[in-house]
Design a protein around this ligand. Sequence first.
Ligand code: AMP
Length: 631
Amino acid sequence: MTRYAEFHRRSITDRDGFWREQAALIDWQRPFDQVCDYSHPPFARWFVGGQTNLCHNAVDRHLQDRAEQNALIFVSSETGEEEVYSFRELHAEVQRMAAVLQSLGVKQGDRVLVYMPMIPQAAFAMLACVRIGAIHSVVFGGFASVSLASRIDDAQPTVIVSADAGSRASKVVAYKPLLDEAIRLAEWKPAKVLLVDRRMAPMERVAGRDEDHAALRQQHIDAQVPCVWVDATHPSYTLYTSGTTGRPKGVQRDTGGYAVALAASMKHIFLGQPGETYFSTSDIGWVVGHSYIVYGPLIAGMATIMYEGLPIRPDAGIWWSLVEKYQVTAMFSAPTAVRVLKKQDPKYLHQYDLSSLRALFLAGEPLDETTAKWIADGLGRPVIDNYWQTETGWPILAIANGIEPLPSKFGSPGFAMYGYDIKLLDEHTGEELTGANQKGVVVIEGPLPPGCMQTVWRDDARFVKTYWHSVPGKMVYTTFDWGIRDEDGYYFILGRTDDVINVAGHRLGTREIEESISSHPNVAEVAVVGVADQLKGQVAMAFVVAKDASGLTDAAARMKLEGEIMKTVDEQLGGVARPSRVHFVGVLPKTRSGKLLRRAIQAVCEQRDPGDLTTIEDPSALQQIKDLVCA
Ligand code: AMP
């Protein structure tokens, strides 16, 4: 058995002993009495009785040894801003923000919704929340009013922290009008809205509700706000993610388990050392941003880079210039970003000194071999694919080079990470597939390891119903992904089993997009499917039956309606969810019992065999789609 295989085996067979050791990587105010309470499966309570604080572990505990070292590096290639905060300065800013939030009435257990571009105040707000035991809920800045409103209603925040605008490709993206519209749509009304004014877009203020961040910060410039010690099981944040049903789920994370899981992953997987610099190109609106822009690197005593902008502006060398300038040792990005870079002149990969970089980690979507090879060869550094989900908070599959450097295989994110007891189940019988190269549903036997979701926010029943089922004697969590394991134990992920699609690493529910499209007055019926795309991995494609198709006889009329539908999605959900095409059809392919044949539509769009169609009601419906997409 290899060293890693033994490490993994122990994490399962001596679970408590294993995690007790990992727990020593963080500071505890009060030691825990029990490592894992799994007396009410599938609910796992980690480090029961222990008290700690995420902000203390990310910031305060480093003041003794590295107060003057870089902690947060903010670079915006959009505005030209570049700011570096040492741990001492970060500590001061977080306390100011904590005092501001307290002055607005935020107390332990309250929710604070963060709807922000990639600016330091977003990280200050997150850290300030966990400092005072408030629960943050970051909503990706690319989401628009309807998405935001549903999250406001679910999270019921006391305060929303936002800004006037972000910027993308030098275009100002105003946040405030979208936020105002979302608050208007939502049933829940936040008491206060705290606004960071970057002076990029005009903001209308609502008297009595909207507060100016800069003014309040000034009032609390000398604030000293101690960390509130919370139970290890106290929720640190919720983060919404898409699933099969239209309503997004609030993934709820604990405090102690998450801190331990991140500290362990920084050591074993990401090889992060205190004093070094970590650069994750994600966004704080996604789970990677939570775990590996904000918390993971800081917990490890590393500086973290927060980057606002595209990978190719001002040119395709921008990221590598930051690697050189800040001596980045580990970088984390997504395959789509690498595919964008791959379209640029390769000279940019060789213009900077990248000798500090030990590895590039990629996650969020399948990594194709060409992309992996191109970047691995270009950088001359290992590229480590890792597979996980918003729900798990840290990698399920990867290579734990900190334990044992094992070779990667192209197309595989690697092995089951320690703590994850992974099984592949037969789709039909539900039985475990133990042989090599058999395709099954990837499941994790409970309990989920520390750092994974505790439950669905305010909906334990939905957590159980959505993710868990019983197989004799145990409960298993489904990832909703297909996978295979080869004879050497490497896993390969083959796509989702549900109606979730992955556009440029962004997870979207096709049902959410369908709901939005249906709200257009001339849409009778719609089907949205994910279609393979060379650059983005997948794109959303919509097929619409119009209520009144009489005007759709010419291409110009169809284009006009297509544009209107795209605008509806932009305004309601945001540009990330916009379908790449909207096609108009007379009828959608359905089974005789009325079920939409999404998988058959997807197969036809990808020019694959649609499979068994014996239950289809009207075969011409699929033919019509074929004619459209192959035209
Ligand atoms: P999210 O919750 O947004 O991180 O999306 C999680 C989903 O993205 C997973 O269930 C997979 O379908 C997909 N995914 C994430 N990482 C990978 C990877 N390395 N390889 C293949 N698919 C991935």
